[in-house]
Design a protein around this ligand. Structure first.
Ligand SMILES: [Zn+2]
Ligand SMILES: [Zn+2]
Length: 166
C-alpha cells in the first residue's frame, strides 16, 4: 500500500542501515582519535585535561554521528520524493556550514502521489481524491477500518462492503 503517514519515528526508520553503521564507526573513530592518539602523540602541555578531553570527544563524536545519519536520511528521503538523490547527498555533504541541509529541507518536494483514477497529485495522507472522490484507502463504512479494495466483507466487523466502497 502506498498510503504514507509521516511521523518522527517513521522518518527515522528510512535512514539506511549503512548510514547507521557509518555513524557508529565515525563516533568510535572520534573517540579513538581524541582519547588515544592525541594524548599519545601530542605534546603533553597542549593536551587539555582528561575530563575536558572526554567531553570534547563525546560531543564531537555525537555531532559526527548525527551528520552521518542526516546524510543517510537525505539520501533515502530524496529518493522517496522522486528527487535526484545522488546530487542531493553530495550537496549536503560538500556544502559547508549545513547550508546543503538547509537548502534540502527548503527545496525538497512534498511527498505526493497520483490519484490512481484521475491522476491528480494528492497529499500522501489523503484518504480520498479531492477531485474525483476515489477512495485511496477504502474504509469500512461501519467500523471505519482500512480494508482492501477487493474485499467483499469487512474482516473486522463482517459488514458487507463490496458495494459500499466506491
Ligand atoms: Zn482522482
Ligand atoms: Zn468493518
Amino acid at each position: 500500500m502506498n498510503y504514507y503517514k509521516s511521523t518522527f519515528r517513521s522518518e527515522l526508520a528510512i535512514i539506511p542501515t549503512v548510514a547507521r553503521v557509518i555513524a557508529v564507526v565515525a563516533f568510535v573513530l572520534v573517540q579513538i582519535a581524541l582519547l588515544v592518539l592525541v594524548p599519545t602523540y601530542c605534546n603533553a602541555k597542549d593536551v587539555p585535561p582528561r575530563p575536558a578531553l572526554i567531553a570534547i570527544s563525546l560531543f564531537g563524536g555525537l555531532i559526527m554521528a548525527i551528520i552521518v545519519l542526516l546524510v543517510g536520511y537525505v539520501n533515502a528521503d530524496s529518493k522517496r520524493r522522486g528527487m535526484n538523490s545522488l546530487l542531493w547527498t553530495l550537496l549536503v555533504i560538500f556544502i559547508p556550514k549545513a547550508l546543503g541541509f538547509l537548502a534540502y529541507f527548503l527545496l525538497r518536494k512534498p511527498l505526493v502521489m497520483a490519484c490512481p483514477k484521475c491522476g491528480t497529485s494528492i497529499g500522501s495522507d489523503f484518504r480520498f481524491c479531492p477531485k474525483c472522490g476515489y477512495a485511496i484507502t477504502p474504509t469500512c463504512v461501519q467500523c471505519g477500518r482500512s480494508i482492501n479494495r477487493d474485499y467483499v466483507c469487512c474482516p473486522y466487523c463482517g459488514k458487507t462492503v463490496g458495494t459500499a466502497v466506491s
